[in-house]
Design a protein around this ligand. Structure first.
Ligand code: ZN
Length: 893
């Protein structure tokens, strides 16, 4: 049942015009579809026309050229309606279907959320509405008529412009929408419901006034201001940076509470998971505010990168997603702190995408096959894809990249294209050969780069020798070299940047950062006129998505870079490298049971946390000139998932204990500085909340410091944290104090949880945080509490956000998820099977985000326990293809 990229064929027919009528009712919905087909085949004889469908779509009638079809001119199966005996030339097909959105819990196609009708068609949801050529290279103009009862569904929306609306008999009404831009059906959207609306405008650079509307449930409508401002900023930014202007007079965003993913870029009618629209200081954290800004921008940016130019087939998904993620990352960097944004993005990539790249579901950014496309909306396609786009930007420079984008739109506006078309536009704009980058699209796995530097004092040269290799991944054992831009600086003994003269690159200017391009397996780069032995600063800005090993880089050099590097990414990275090697060394000691009774004892015997490292972090913590969010990131420990790949047969609980030990040690040794940082950054009583970057940075530092202090577990800190949950004037501070208390031994924890619930029991979005914090608690034996939450009135299995908050948080609770008796694994498997009956996409995400996709990385005992659960999942009758694809790959690996 897999689909292969190599099998791509253009469709035998194209659709030029689509007329849809939705008759919405409580018991069932009628969909009338009138389609104008034109031939796209070679030769004379019209071939059969296979339309995609789903077995819950009931075919009521089908006509070709006005005639009802004879029974022998069509074939209907669970997944297809195939028409044959078709006329030559263009013809019309009329199809009537009946569907039951009110029973659709998969949230694909047309469904109901909080009593409203909404759609989600990407990737292949449209076939759940009517029979269609459900593929992105079929682009048509749509006219959509929606009819519904007026009282429960006063708002009727679809893509494009409102052509007509009015009343119908029996308390019903209608609206007709027309979208002038041809689009694939995955961008179709419909909303019918009772929604409140906030309206504003944006004036484009050419002077057109665009109406902006955000729809939400009445109780939330006063919390959409931040999303509206974010939209306006995004519209302005896309004009300023890429010269891209909005192309219709109306832009809608609708917030819905039941939504599988984050949001969807339907033409002029974006539909959002409400958690990415609704924001207020009292109910949302700084992180929420930043995500709303980023995702609103992301979906808006899709109007050009995704909608005006779309994908030829789903294998090309990174064409629109990698590019649009790159664009939203740049937008957020321009709106906030560029350095901190980059560090956050790299952290996410290394924590989650690297793990994906080395696990059972490892795939290139352009996959070669899939069973369910929905399983490939991954960190690899999105975030690694964005890194590939970023490499073009790094190599071509900002203007070169802009030229490439201009050429891309010049060539492909209105088309469905491939990743190769994008790369060709980038290459042609600057006359640069980028063909070697094709390897990044076809090859899975994270390249490992090794660099060694050698200084020749007599010749005054500094030579960097770089080599690369990519470890094998499932189904891809032989790897070729990929082109890797390595941004480099050299620091003198005083911490200043040395001017760079790269041999073969002399052009008069002596920059302080050079981009080396490692193309082969091994290559040397020589810097001349180097006046002293330098300390190299490598992979500046994380110029490529690789793992870097620097030969001969010792701790002293890392502390030096942490103190002096002008590149904020490398500065942070130096601290992370120090912490990573400490954690690795302590893990080795902790795992050696001959070295003492307890993990604590073995780790202490190995020397604990060295004073030099504490001193280096102290200097960062004490430097008031540094951005607070940068400091918070610099004192954070690398995630366990970053380390696991380098520890064969890891015992995850021992690794967790080692991380906790280091956190406690740092908290103890840095206590005065942490307390001083809290004092320095604490908000003044009555201070108004603002989500701006500077204020958020202060809170980030304060709350990171409080988290460390919470690790001390002492009574005084517990009382202070409880007080903070009570006095917090915003959700960022409230939730941070609660999180710092969650594993605290004192009674404050339960009091704070209880009070939080009482305060927010009417706000499901806020309760997601309450559920997540509890489900992720590390206290031993927390599984019982997690199971209890499943039965709590605040929890609903049918709501994706609730499932993610509960189950995905539980996966992060290492001691409980990885409990030695296998109870955590069994709970996950039970839950996957239970959720799969309701919502296959959510169940697949629970499977794919878990350690089940990287069984091989763990100790033998846990491997056995996990495999047993995977077998149990696969044995389930009626298992979805979504979960099957992930579970079977995981077991096979
Ligand atoms: Zn997207």
């Amino acid at each position: 049942q897999a689909v292969y990229r190599k099998d791509y064929k253009p469709p035998p027919y194209l659709i030029e015009r689509v007329h849809l009528t939705f008759v919405l009712n409580e018991d069932s919905t009628r969909v009338l579809s009138r389609l104008s087909f034109k031939p796209n085949y070679d030769g004379e004889a019209p071939p059969p026309l296979p339309l995609d469908g789903r077995k819950d779509v009931k075919l009521v009638a089908v006509k070709v050229a006005g005639e009802a079809l004879a029974a022998d001119s069509y074939e209907l199966t669970d997944k297809k309606l195939t028409l044959s005996g078709l006329p030559k030339g263009a013809f019309e097909v009329e199809i009537e279907t009946e569907i039951k959105p009110q029973e659709n819990t998969s949230l694909e196609g047309l469904y109901k959320s909080s009593g409203n009708f909404v759609t989600q068609c990407e990737a292949e949801g449209f076939r759940g509405i009517t029979f269609f050529l459900d593929r992105p290279d079929v682009m048509a103009k749509y006219t959509t008529r929606v009819e519904a009862a007026k009282e429960p569904y006063p708002v009727l929306l679809s893509n494009g412009n409102l052509l007509d609306s009015g009343d119908l008999p029996d308390g019903r009404h209608f609206a007709v929408w027309e979208d002038p831009f041809p689009k694939p059906c995955y961008l179709f959207a419909l909303v019918a419901g009772s929604l409140s609306l906030k309206e504003d405008t944006f004036t484009t650079r050419s002077g057109r006034s665009i109406t902006l509307r955000i729809y939400a449930e009445a109780k939330d409508i006063d919390k959409v201001g931040h999303a509206m401002r974010s939209l306006q900023k995004a519209m302005k930014w896309d004009e300023d940076v890429f010269g891209l202007e909005y192309d219709l007079d109306l832009f809608n965003i609708v917030a819905v509470s039941d939504f599988n993913m984050g949001a969807m870029e339907n033409k002029s009618l974006n539909i959002f998971n409400s958690r990415l629209v609704i924001a207020s200081p009292a109910t949302s954290s700084d992180l929420d505010f930043a995500r709303v800004e980023g995702v609103v921008a992301h979906e808006y940016f899709h109007n050009w990168t995704g909608n005006r130019v779309t994908c030829r087939d789903w294998f090309q998904l990174t064409l629109k997603e990698g590019l649009t993620v790159f664009r939203d990352q740049e937008f957020s960097a321009d709106m906030n702190s560029r350095a901190v944004k980059r560090i956050d993005d790299v952290t996410r990539l290394r924590t989650a995408q690297f793990a994906e790249d080395s696990g059972a579901m490892s795939h290139p950014i352009r996959p070669d096959k899939y069973i369910k496309m929905d399983n490939f909306y991954t960190l690899t396609v999105y975030e690694k894809g964005a890194e590939i786009v970023r490499m073009y930007n790094t190599l071509l420079g900002k203007e070169g990249f802009r030229k490439g984008m201009d050429l891309y739109f010049q060539r492909h506006d209105g088309q469905a294209v491939t990743c190769d078309d994008f790369r060709a536009a980038m290459a042609d704009a600057k006359g640069r050969d980028l063909s070697a980058f094709a390897a990044w699209y076809g090859q899975a796995g994270t390249p490992q780069v090794t660099v060694a530097g050698e200084y020749d004092a007599a010749a005054r040269t500094f030579t960097l020798s770089a080599s690369q290799r990519t470890p094998p991944t499932p189904g891809q054992s032989d790897k070729a070299p990929v082109p890797i831009p390595i941004a480099v600086g050299l620091l003198g003994a005083d911490g200043q940047e040395l001017p760079l003269h790269l041999k073969g690159h002399e052009n008069g200017a002596a920059p302080t950062t050079e981009v080396l391009l490692l193309e082969g397996a091994q290559q040397e780069f020589v810097f001349t006129e180097v006046s002293e032995r330098p300390v190299p600063s490598l992979l500046r800005g994380f110029s490529a998505p690789v793992k870097l090993e620097v030969e001969g880089q010792d701790e002293e050099q890392l502390r030096f870079l942490l103190a002096h590097d002008s590149d904020p990414f490398c500065r942070w990275e130096a601290g992370q490298r120090l912490l990573r090697s400490l954690l690795m060394a302590l893990y080795a000691a902790a795992a050696d049971t001959a070295k003492g009774e307890s993990v604590e004892e073995r780790v202490a015997g190995a020397g604990g946390v060295p004073e030099a490292l504490v001193g280096a972090l102290r200097a960062v913590l004490d430097d008031p000139s540094l951005d607070g969010a940068f400091v918070a990131a610099a004192i954070s420990l690398p995630s366990a998932s970053e380390l696991i790949d380098d520890i064969p047969g890891v015992d995850p609980v021992v690794l967790h204990d080692v991380r906790q030990y280091v956190a406690r040690q740092l908290a103890e040794q840095l206590r005065p500085e942490l307390e001083a940082a809290v004092k320095r950054t604490d908000s003044a009583p009555g201070e108004a909340y603002s989500p701006d970057a500077a204020s958020a940075a202060r809170r980030a530092l304060k709350n990171r410091a409080l988290y460390y202090l919470g690790e001390l577990g002492d009574a005084e800190v517990g009382a202070d944290l409880l007080r903070r949950t009570r006095e917090a004037t915003n959700m960022t501070d409230h939730i941070a104090a609660l999180a710092a208390l969650i594993d605290h031994p004192g009674a404050e924890r339960d009091t704070a949880l209880q009070e939080f619930y009482e305060a927010w029991k009417g706000e499901p979005l806020v309760l997601l945080k309450w559920i997540g914090i509890q489900a992720g608690a590390h206290v031993p034996g927390n599984l019982g509490a997690v199971k209890g939450l499943l039965g709590h009135p605040a929890f609903a299995l049918s709501n994706p956000n609730m499932c993610y908050a509960l189950f995905l948080s539980f996966l992060r609770s290492t001691p409980n998820f990885h409990a030695a008796d296998g109870s955590g694994y069994a709970f996950l498997a039970d839950s996957i099977l239970q959720v799969d009956k309701v919502n296959r996409q959510v169940a697949a995400r629970m499977t794919g985000s878990s350690a089940f996709t990287s069984v091989r990385k763990f100790d033998a005992r846990r491997q056995g326990l996990m495999r047993a659960q995977l077998q149990r999942i696969l044995a389930q009758d009626g298992l979805s293809e979504n979960v099957y694809e992930i579970a079977s790959s995981s077991l096979q690996e």
